[in-house]
Design a protein around this ligand. Structure first.
Ligand code: ADP
Length: 482
């Protein structure tokens, strides 16, 4: 053990301290004479190399070098450099006793006597194999991650929440957004509308994540581009990380489709309106025929014309309702529910006076909803309950309404012809008619459902043929301040 060293040379007290420190850290330490021969070591305490102290004493430090290094005289060269520079640090493969290799951290320090003459070397060896392997693995994972990150099909981004500074963009994100993060930019700069970015941030603060959030991005060309992002706000770390995809093509197609839809709606709306006035004229002429006391045959023809015109008029009215529902947003109004429903019941009373109508209203009498849509929904459901009554029984229709500040529940029950089970899920489709027993366009329930959807409510039906049907509607109250 070279603890004797400091006895030989008391001035090496600091050397002793350092040696102790090396022992504690699991290093092997060797003292060499100026020729590189091992004259002392700490091998009794630690054993990286597998040698006993007596085995290494008197050997050249080269015994720890690989045969290749020895052949190239690396040991000598290292000592020479250490002597010249005072110290040399190398990370390289070294060999243990039975030739096992290990990744060593080797520090060679040149030592001098008090009078300044070179007295030898201290060599400290550390086995860093585990660390090297670990670093190697970390590097591989990092390389793979980087590869994945940069070659990903989707864009990946990261920005700081407090100042929106972009921290990271992968190659795909740079390609989509047209800028890279090195430009010291704010995430907001990618947005055409600043407000949209504010909405994103507010959403992230409230919910910590967002999916399918679309916004139009600023481009240097006149071309319009959109991206869709999904990201998460890591509140503790203060950053937002996520992916982005270019949805410009589908967005353009969608906008085009919306435009066409709008044009089609406009066309149907205007055409239906315009077609209704000649119908009114025809009905007027039919009335004139009746006034002229026509023959029974002419009277019959006039009757048939009037029926077809009424049907056509009903169809046009329905088409107007559909386009109205598509193009206009719900308008919140305070309705007196009972008055509204009674008025609608009155409209049909004279036509179906054999059906007994009951109305039960509980809870609030006033409710905030869209008047036009509420009336259309009521009219369609009431007229169906009356139209499809069963003439063979004492018919009734029961309307029950329960409303509070938030919700209106409406039930319309009849004991009419009912609907076949197989048709129940089809009756809300456009132009679907489950019977030919009464006249109709097959649009009433389609419009009813579309309007209920627009008001954020829902509709359900239960029915048994020849027993009757019950329609249940729930409507959430609209916000009067909107
Ligand atoms: P229309 O009444 O013009 O045929 P709707 O869309 O209002 O069209 O209704 C679709 C179909 O649903 C009707 O053809 C009818 O067969 C059935 N239906 C709707 N309401 C009732 C009801 N209360 N009783 C029986 N059948 C009904």
């Amino acid at each position: 053990m070279y603890s004797s060293l400091s006895k030989e040379n008391p001035s090496l007290a600091t050397e002793k301290d350092r040696s102790l420190f090396n022992i504690l850290r699991g290093f092997e330490e060797f003292m060499l004479n100026p020729e590189g021969i091992i004259i002392s070591s700490n091998l009794e305490v630690i054993n990286i190399t597998g040698y006993e102290e007596w085995e290494v004493m008197g050997n050249h430090i080269a015994i720890f070098y690989t045969p290749e290094d020895r052949q190239q005289e690396k040991p000598k060269a290292d000592l020479k450099t250490a002597k010249k520079q005072g110290q040399l640090l190398v990370n390289d493969w070294r060999v243990k006793k039975r030739n096992a290799r290990f990744w060593a951290k080797m520090k060679i320090t040149s030592l001098t006597d008090q009078d300044g003459t070179h007295s030898g070397f201290r060599v400290v060896l550390k086995d860093s194999t585990h660390k090297a392997l670990y670093n190697h693995r970390v590097k591989r994972i990092k390389d793979e991650y980087l590869n994945l990150f940069n070659n990903a099909y989707t864009g990946i981004f990261k920005f700081r929440m407090n100042d929106l500074r972009v921290l990271l963009l992968n190659e795909k994100a740079v390609e989509i957004l047209g800028k890279d993060e090195s430009a010291d930019i704010s995430f907001q700069e990618f947005f055409v509308e600043e407000g949209r970015c504010t909405r994103l941030i507010e959403h992230l603060i409230a919910h910590e994540k967002v999916e399918g959030f679309e916004f139009q991005i600023k481009t240097s060309s006149r071309e319009q581009r959109w991206v869709s992002i999904g990201c998460r706000f890591f509140a503790e770390q203060g950053f937002v990380e996520g992916i982005l995809i270019d949805v410009s093509e589908s967005k353009k197609q969608l906008l085009e489709l919306q435009k066409l839809n709008h044009e089609l709606d406009q066309f149907i709306y205007h055409a239906s309106h315009d077609l209704r006035s000649p119908l009114t004229t025809i009905l007027g002429v039919v009335n004139l025929i009746h006034l002229d006391e026509p023959s029974p045959i002419i009277k019959n023809y006039a009757q048939l014309i009037a029926e077809r015109v009424h049907h056509l008029d009903g169809l046009l009215k329905d088409l107007v309702s559909i386009t109205y529902n598509n193009k206009s947003e719900p308008k919140a109004e305070l309705l007196h529910v009972e008055t509204e429903v009674r008025n609608i019941l009155k409209e049909f009373h004279h036509q179906y006076n054999t059906v007994q109508a009951f109305l039960t209203i509980s809870g609030e009498v006033e409710f905030v909803t869209d008047a036009v849509r509420f009336r259309t929904i009521m009219r369609n459901l009431v007229s169906n309950a009356l139209k499809y009554h069963n003439p063979a029984v004492a018919s009734f229709m029961k309307v029950t309404i329960q409303a509070d500040e938030k919700l209106l529940s409406l039930t319309i029950e009849d004991n009419g012809l009912g609907i076949e089970q197989d048709y129940l899920d089809k009756i809300f489709r456009m132009f679907f008619r489950a019977t030919v027993q009464a006249k109709g366009t097959g649009l009433g329930l389609f419009i009813t459902k579309a309007m209920i959807d627009k008001l954020g409510g829902h509709i359900a039906v239960s029915s048994r043929p020849m027993h009757g049907s019950t329609f249940l509607v729930e409507l959430p109250a609209l916000d009067i301040n909107q």
